[in-house]
Each structure stands twice: as structure tokens, then as C-alpha cells.
Ligand binder design. Structure first.
Ligand code: UDP
Ligand code: MG
Length: 142
């Protein structure tokens, strides 16, 4: 399935009141929200979600940041969703992100960068399943 991706509005953006603006930009870019909820990651969840980065020097800081406040998690639908969402959010470091992207507009720095996006269809499926059960994903179809 290549029409779904997983997105997260990170604690920096939620805490600074940018959730509405990020949701606006998300819907304006043509994504349909199948699932969405406000949550606060536990340390165990953040460590597991970012386990792929556990050997990286920024891992501890990343886990601290991701557990520092509320996040808004979403399952998003759009054609070619993974790449389309990466294009919508821009580069990891907002200083390198293209004009008009969510990270360029709303991120603080490379760590506190406002939003997450899956990097592959396989990871999109895993990340959606990490936060949502099937009944929480509401399709527009009958
Ligand atoms: N990150 C960081 N320092 C770095 C690289 C990444 O703090 O030098 C954080 C940042 O929040 C980033 C997350 O770790 O979004 C995951 O990194 P990745 O390389 O997967 O970037 P992304 O896929 O989020 O663009
Ligand atoms: Mg990544």
C-alpha cells in the first residue's frame, strides 16, 4: 500500500501553539486524515519509535525532546503519501528546508523540527500500527 503515511506534530510545535497551522498545511496539501490523536509519548515509546537511531549521538536528546510534551499523531492518505509528505515537511534541518515547507515555516532547529514523516511504505505501516488500531483508521469509503 503506497497511499498511506504516518505523521506526527512534535512537542515543540504543539507547545508553541502551531498544531492548527500544521493541520491546515497538511489538509491544504491534499492529505486526508484517516486517524489522528493527541498523546504524550512515554520514554519507552519514544525509545522504541526511534530505535533505528539508538547508536546516534542525538538519541538521548531526541527521546527527552519527544517525551517533553504532547504530540499529535496522524495516519494520512494521499497518492504517493510517503514521498508527498516528505516533500510537504521539507528537510530534517529547517535551515535546509525548501521555502513553504512545514519545517521551514514552523521548525526551530534540526532536533526540534516540528513534524515527523515516515521514510518508506514499510515504515509507514509499522508506525501507523505503533499508534493506531484498525478501528481508529476511518476511511472515507463506505
Ligand atoms: N535529529 C537530531 N539531530 C540530528 C538528526 C536528527 O536531533 O542530527 C532528530 C530530529 O528530530 C529528526 C529525528 O532525529 O527529525 C530523526 O532523524 P532522521 O534522520 O530520521 O530525520 P527525519 O526523517 O525526521 O527527517
Ligand atoms: Mg527519519
Amino acid at each position: 500500500m503506497n497511499n498511506l503515511t504516518f505523521a506526527m506534530v512534535k512537542p515543540d510545535a504543539v507547545a508553541s501553539g502551531k498544531l492548527g497551522k500544521v493541520l491546515d498545511a497538511t489538509l491544504a496539501a491534499g492529505f486526508i486524515m484517516l486517524g489522528g490523536k493527541l498523546t504524550r509519548l512515554t520514554k519507552v515509546q519514544a525509545q522504541a519509535f526511534y530505535a533505528v537511531h539508538k547508536e546516534r549521538p542525538f538519541y538521548g536528546e531526541l527521546v527527552d525532546f519527544m517525551t517533553s510534551g504532547k504530540t499529535f499523531v496522524m495516519a494520512l492518505e494521499r497518492e504517493n503519501a510517503v514521498q508527498a509528505w516528505r516533500d510537504t515537511i521539507g528537510a530534517t534541518d529547517p535551515a535546509e528546508a525548501a521555502e513553504g515547507t512545514i519545517r521551514k515555516l514552523y521548525a526551530e532547529d534540526k532536533g526540534r523540527n516540528a513534524v515527523h514523516g515516515s521514510d518508506s511504505d514499510e515504515n509507514a505501516q509499522k508506525e501507523i500500527a505503533f499508534f493506531f488500531s484498525d478501528v481508529e483508521l476511518i476511511s472515507n469509503q463506505d
